[in-house]
Design a binder for this molecule. Sequence first.
Ligand code: HPA
Ligand code: ZN
Length: 325
Amino acid sequence: SIDRTFIDSLPKAELHLHIEGTLEPELKLELARRNGVEIGQSTVEQVRATYEFTDLTSFLAIYYPAMEVLVTEQDFHDLAMAYLCRAAADGVVRAEIFFDPQAHTSRGIPFSTVIDGLWSAVQEAPSLGVDAALIMCFLRDHSVESARETLEASLPYRDRIVGVGLDSDERGNPPEKFSEVFAAAKDAGYRLTMHCDIDQEQSISNIATVLHTIGVERIDHGTNILEDPSLVAEAKQQGIGFTCCPVSNSFVTEQMKGAEIVQLLREGLKVSIASDDPAYFGGYVGDNIAALAEAQHLTRDEVVQLARNSLEISWADDARKQDWL
Ligand code: HPA
Ligand code: ZN
């Protein structure tokens, strides 16, 4: 088997990481105390006991309410710094961090509070050896108008945000719901990615839409593409990046989807590995690579390829990429 020090020693990018999903029980308790928010839990064990779910829907039902402890700019800064320290230990040299502004603005936290707190952490990241960037995600179970307003609110901060994504509950919220918003985001200079979750029934048609109509550079999750070999060929030809999260998959579907991830990798697609919501799923990026390597008996060369892919499909400056690759 492949030892963990080898995995951690490889420079890598983490490209599928929801900052709100890095809220560890210890920090949740500290923020609740600091902000005087009554959360109904007072020990780490009690908080961890609430981090219980069986699928994406039950996960999201716990995930959004837990964010009530995030109130001030300092809270967002501290959340992001805690993640960046943890990522640096796993050899992450580039972190593209998802954030969900609507999960905060919808409960009265100003957009500026969220972005200012996260941005100050991004600026501090090089001191940890990490080049960090922010990707703003729209919540697909909110209205198109809300997404449009969020895009509008982001424009004064355009230079702090590298791209946009789409997350939350995919059921009944297909990518075409947001085609106009994504076209406007692209016009504003944002790079594009979208979640295509693994537990969906209309998954393959959503993946086709994401590739053909939305015009993304990356797909988050997306392993269901294997159901349509012509789409696999297209994604390969276009160099579409995939950000796969084996530990998260095993919570959402009771399977890592390891065989699917590795099949795409072996067919030459740009597959990378990431942690999604590590505080909830219990594994940071190194744990995710180690779990996949073990379950699928990856070779050292394949593990190296996963790390290289993550850097290649990252949205870092080309000069930085050349240094890492
Ligand atoms: N899918 C959809 N929404 C999410 C996810 C995910 O993997 N993680 C956090 N929000
Ligand atoms: Zn995700």
